[in-house]
Design a protein around this ligand. Structure first.
Ligand SMILES: [Fe+2]
Ligand SMILES: [Fe+2]
Length: 266
């Protein structure tokens, strides 16, 4: 079997737990040398989803404090949904845009995004398992499709996808996760706090991978990364970037401040 159909199988797997385990097994097969890369012109699928969780607009999401068990379950449910989308985003980056990368850089590109897909699959399972321990289950609350919608606008633009998925959406995760960890710690839910801490630590690496390939793609196109980032944010993320930024984590990811400070900020 070759890599692209294996990736497409992850995307079209409907059950979230099966999707996560399919992602992990494709990554393991690749590392064992059991999957070859081959150019492939077949059409690329959209991700498959179960009918649960029901999708609703972001504005319809109930805001509940972390002081209650229901509020903490709602937070974990939202994070599980993000991680499930993140599996598809990493797989889509690879399957959809693999041919944008020249042969000498290709194995690095594949290794990077497979490592992200593997992490996201582990993150989904960690969070979904923790949610079960808390008496919930992934799928039993509404969720919103904002992540996938934001990314899908860039499906024909490799540089745009690199700007939006890792450098806007995942970088936003770096901004918002520390206050969640603090809230969970204050509520004495140290187990959930530890799960989010692990995810947070690993997400710094995902943003770093995004920054590296964004620079690579801009270098190849001979365009300025900072102005290109701003232009793509304006085009695909018209609401602009939200402050406050976690500049410390963003620095560790190697994202220069002038990229996001210069992007339209609401
Ligand atoms: Fe993640
Ligand atoms: Fe991630």
């Amino acid at each position: 079997m070759t890599l692209r159909p294996a990736l497409s199988h992850i995307l079209t797997t409907t059950d979230p737990w099966e999707k996560a385990s399919a992602a992990r097994s494709v990554v393991a097969k690749w590392h064992r040398g059991n999957l070859a890369w081959e150019r492939d012109e077949t059409s690329w699928p959209d991700p498959a989803r179960r009918d649960r969780p029901p999708l609703a607009p972001p504005s319809a999401m109930a805001k509940r404090g972390l002081g209650s068990a229901a509020g903490r379950r709602a937070l974990l449910h939202a994070v599980a949904h993000i991680e499930l989308n993140a599996i598809d985003l990493a797989v889509d980056m690879l399957g959809r845009f693999m041919d944008e990368v020249d042969e000498d850089a290709r194995s690095g590109f594949i290794a990077d995004w497979l490592s992200v897909a593997d992490d996201e699959a582990r993150h989904f399972t960690l969070v979904a398992d923790r949610l079960e321990e808390m008496g919930g289950t992934y799928g039993d609350l509404p969720a919103h499709d904002g992540l996938w919608m934001a990314a899908s606008r860039t499906k024909d633009d490799f540089i745009g996808r690199l700007a939006i998925a890792p450098l806007v959406l995942e970088a936003r995760g770096l901004d918002v996760t520390p206050p969640m960890i603090e809230g969970l710690t204050r509520a004495k839910d140290t187990q959930s706090a530890a799960v989010l801490q692990q995810i947070y630590d690993e997400e710094v690496g995902h943003v770093a991978i995004g920054a590296r390939w964004f620079r690579f793609a801009c270098g190849k196109a001979r365009i300025n990364p900072q102005t290109t980032f701003n232009e793509r944010v304006e085009r695909y993320f018209p609401g602009g970037l939200k402050r406050p930024f976690n500049t410390d984590a963003r620095d560790r990811s190697g994202v220069p401040r002038d990229w996001y400070e210069g992007a339209s900020v609401t």
